[in-house]
Ligand binder design. Structure first.
Ligand code: HEC
Length: 308
């Protein structure tokens, strides 16, 4: 059946373009059928593209190496693998660290209390967390703004009313919003962990201005955020020993989740997609071989019909 279809289509094609001379024709997709100039052209294009790629890579490497900051070391995060999910107990502890320490200065404006539900908290717990903060709402019927306890639909309140107030309270430095910080900084959670645990005495020759601290992982080394994580700097509700590195690890995992709340879902989709597409690929491959084998292996000979 497939052979017949192939033959008919082939004959139509040849007729349409007027190639009905006595000849032997073979449909082919292999490189032998390419003309010399085409081969030359494509080789030049390939070599050119490879060269440009290598140049860009080299430039990127040299820029990275020329910075003065230390590179964060890679940590064995439990969510590192392609098929690993985030550690949700760690997200919950990280939220506690954010709430007890970072929240004093950093906003988390793109995360709402409802986002915590079924991720780190039950619905009841998330409602209780929301109810602990006061949210500015209004205007009411008389046109006044008022404060009310938070609801699940509220976003995390910012510690400062605006950027100027934040700068005024922090020696002129602005504590950035942390919602997307893990995606926004090179090194991601490795950088956050290294930054939070990497404070040290400034080496000789480094001059710090008032309110600045030395941190080799921060570009330039002088950061306006003091060291905030020490052993027991926050308390965990699940009894995990709150060492400085544990606090840093948990808050970094929490901030990774804030940057990519869909991470677990995406990984789950990857597993499903690989399953479905490999199944489909096998079918398509078999089908393609079946359909094309006649087209690719045939030889057609046409004889001109002499009109006498
Ligand atoms: C006392 C206020 C304060 C607290 C508490 C605080 N920070 Fe900061 N943070 C700052 C300020 C100010 C800056 C800006 C520093 C600068 O630009 O020099 C900053 C900057 C940062 C940066 C950005 C660094 C960069 O690459 O730009 C990160 C990440 C960060 N803080 C994380 C945290 C985390 C996580 C916590 C909680 C464990 C925390 N901070 C607690 C004040 C604070």
């Amino acid at each position: 059946m497939a052979a017949a279809v192939g033959r008919i289509c082939g004959a139509r094609l040849l007729q349409k373009y007027g190639i009905v001379a006595p000849q032997i024709c073979q449909l082919s997709t292999n490189a032998q059928a390419w003309t010399k100039s085409r081969k030359l052209w494509l080789t030049t294009l390939g070599v050119g593209a490879g060269g440009v790629g290598a140049l860009l890579f080299a430039l990127e490497q040299s820029v990275q190496a020329s910075g003065s900051e230390a590179h964060p070391y890679h940590q064995p995060w439990s969510h590192n693998g392609w098929f690993q999910s985030l550690d949700h107990a760690s997200i919950r502890r990280g939220y506690e660290v954010y709430k007890q320490v970072c929240k004093a200065c950093h906003s988390l404006q793109y995360i709402a209390y409802r986002n915590l539900v079924n991720v780190s908290h039950t619905e009841e717990e998330a409602k209780a967390e929301a109810a602990e903060v006061m949210i500015k709402d209004g205007p009411d019927e008389e046109g006044n703004y008022f404060e009310r306890p938070g609801k699940l639909s509220d976003y995390f309140p910012s510690p400062y009313p605006n950027e100027n107030a934040a700068r005024a309270a922090n020696n002129g430095a602005y504590p950035p919003d942390l919602s997307l910080i893990v995606s926004g900084r090179k090194g991601g959670e490795d950088y956050i962990f290294a930054l939070l645990t990497g404070y040290m005495e400034a080496p000789a020759g480094v001059v710090l201005r008032e309110g600045q601290n030395y941190n080799p992982y921060f570009p330039g080394g002088a950061i306006s955020m003091a060291q905030v994580l020490f052993d027991e700097a926050a308390e965990y509700s699940d009894g995990t020993p709150a060492t400085a590195s544990q606090l840093a690890k948990d808050v970094a995992t929490f901030l990774r989740w804030c940057s990519e709340p869909e991470l677990d879902e995406r990984r789950l989709m990857t597993i499903k997609a690989i399953g479905i597409f490999s199944f489909l690929a096998a079918i398509v491959y078999y089908y393609k071989r079946h359909k094309w084998s006649t087209m690719k292996s045939r030889k057609l000979a046409y004889k001109a019909v002499s009109k006498k």
